[in-house]
Design a protein around this ligand. Structure first.
Ligand code: ADP
Ligand code: MG
Length: 367
C-alpha cells in the first residue's frame, strides 16, 4: 500500500469578503464520489490542472461524514489488529487543518481526534465485554509540539518546559521516539477531553497577517493502545498530527521574531517536501534527519497505515500556495508503506509454583 492521500476543501467563511472561488472538485464519472481537485494554471488561466486523490471531500462535507468515510474510521479496526496508524493534516494556514483534526466544541463540530478517541474507547469496551474481561485494553496519551525544531511536552505547563526541548531517539525496531515524554493513562472520553483541553492551552500560537490564530508549530497527539490477554501484550499507536501552515512566508510580512519561527517551520516543511520527492523518486538518501518533524513522521519508514489529509481553501488569494500543496501531496501518493502489524510481545509472568518468585505476603492460616 501507499500513503493514502485525501483532500478536503473548506467552504467559504462568513467573514470572507473575497468570493473568487477557483478550486473545484470533480469525479471520474457523474454520480461517482469526487476524487479530483481542479485549479487553474496561474500562468495561463484558460488551462486547468487536475489532481487525483484517494478521496476528495467537498466544501459541504461535515465532520461526521469525513470521519466515517474510508479516510479515517476503518483504521480504528486496524489499530486494534496491531497496526500503527498515522493521520496528518497538511496545508496552508487558514485552510482547515485544526478544524479537521481538533474541530469545535459542539458535538457536531468535533474533529477527527475526539471522534477517533471515542471510537477507540467504544471498541476497547466492547472487546473487554466480549472477552469477559480476559482481554484488557489500556489507552495512554502523549501530546507534544515541535516548535522551531524543538520538541515540547504539551502535557507540561509552559513554565516547566526545558528550553532546549526533548531529545529524540531511534529505537531498535526503527521507530523514533521522544525521550522523556509524559504519558497519561486515559480511561474514557471525559478523561481525554480534560487532558486535551488542558494541553491545547499550552500550545504556542501567535498572530500572523494570514490568520489571527495561526499555529506556528506542529502538534502531535500520540495514542498508545495496549491490549493484554494473559501474558500476551499487543501494542499499537495512533498518531494524529496537525502540521504548521505550509504557506510561503514571503507573503506574510512577518516581523523579525516571526521570521525566525518561519524559517524553522518552513525548513521542516521544506525537508518534508524533499523527503516526499526523494522517496517518490526512489532515491537512496532520504533527508529525514534534517528536521525533527520528518524524523518523527518517518514517511515510508514506519510500518502501518499513513493518511495525509490535504486541506484546501477554495479562494484565489491562496492560489500559488494551494498549487504548491497540491503538488507535494500528489507526490506523497507514491510513497509505499508496509501495512503490517506490530508483533505480539510475551510478558514475563512469575510462575505461581515457584517459591522464589512469590512475593505475596503469606496469608494467615485459618484457625
Ligand atoms: P488551519 O488550522 O489550517 O490554519 P483552521 O482549522 O483554523 O485552519 O480554519 C480556519 C477557519 O476556517 C476557522 O475559522 C475554521 O473554523 C474555518 N473552517 C475550516 N474548515 C472548515 C469547514 N470544513 N467548515 C466550516 N468552517 C471551517
Ligand atoms: Mg491550525
Amino acid at each position: 500500500m501507499s500513503v493514502r492521500v485525501v483532500a478536503r476543501l473548506r467552504p467559504l467563511l462568513a467573514q470572507e469578503l473575497e468570493k473568487d472561488i477557483i478550486v473545484h472538485t470533480d469525479s471520474v464519472e457523474p454520480e461517482k464520489p469526487p476524487t479530483i481537485v481542479k485549479i487553474p494554471n496561474p500562468r495561463n488561466e484558460s488551462e486547468e490542472f487536475s489532481f487525483t486523490f484517494n478521496g476528495v471531500y467537498g466544501s459541504e462535507t461535515t465532520q461526521e461524514t469525513l470521519f466515517t468515510s474510508e479516510a479515517v474510521a476503518p483504521h480504528i479496526k486496524s489499530l486494534f489488529q496491531g497496526l500503527d496508524v498515522t493521520i496528518f493534516a497538511y496545508g496552508v494556514t487558514g485552510t482547515g487543518k485544526t478544524h479537521t483534526m481538533r474541530g469545535g466544541m459542539k458535538l457536531a463540530e468535533r474533529g477527527v481526534i475526539p471522534r477517533l478517541l471515542s471510537g477507540i474507547f467504544r471498541r476497547g469496551k466492547k472487546i473487554m465485554k466480549d472477552t469477559d474481561g480476559e482481554t484488557t485494553v489500556d489507552v495512554a496519551l502523549s501530546y507534544y509540539e515541535i516548535y522551531n525544531d524543538k520538541v515540547y511536552d504539551l502535557m507540561e505547563p509552559p513554565e516547566k518546559r526545558t528550553p532546549t526541548g526533548l531529545p529524540l531517539r531511534a529505537e531498535a525496531n526503527g521507530k523514533t521516539v521522544v525521550v522523556g515524554l509524559t504519558e497519561r493513562a486515559c480511561e474514557d472520553l471525559k478523561d481525554f477531553e480534560t487532558l486535551y483541553i488542558e494541553a491545547n492551552n499550552n500550545r504556542v500560537t501567535a498572530a500572523t497577517k494570514l490568520n489571527a490564530h495561526s499555529s506556528r508549530s506542529h502538534a502531535i497527539l500520540r495514542v498508545k493502545l495496549t491490549q493484554t490477554t494473559g501474558n500476551m501484550v499487543r501494542e499499537s499507536t495512533a498518531s494524529a498530527i496537525d502540521l504548521a501552515g505550509s504557506e510561503d512566508n514571503r507573503r506574510t510580512d512577518n516581523g523579525k521574531e516571526r521570521m525566525v519561527e518561519s524559517a524553522a517551520i518552513n525548513k521542516s516543511l521544506f525537508v518534508l517536501s524533499q523527503c516526499i520527492d526523494a522517496i517518490s523518486q526512489g532515491a537512496k538518501r532520504i533527508p529525514y534527519r534534517e528536521s525533527k518533524m520528518t524524523r518523527i513522521l518517518s514517511l515510508g519508514q514506519n510500518n502501518g497505515i499513513t493518511v495525509m489529509i490535504l486541506n484546501l481553501s477554495p479562494l484565489r488569494n491562496y492560489h500559488l500556495d494551494t498549487l504548491s500543496s497540491l503538488n507535494v501531496s500528489s507526490r506523497a501518493k507514491r510513497i509505499e508503506v508496509r501495512e503490517i502489524e506490530n508483533e505480539v510481545v510475551f510478558k514475563q509472568v512469575p510462575r505461581t509454583n515457584s517459591v522464589t518468585t512469590t512475593r505475596q505476603p503469606l496469608k494467615p492460616l485459618a484457625n
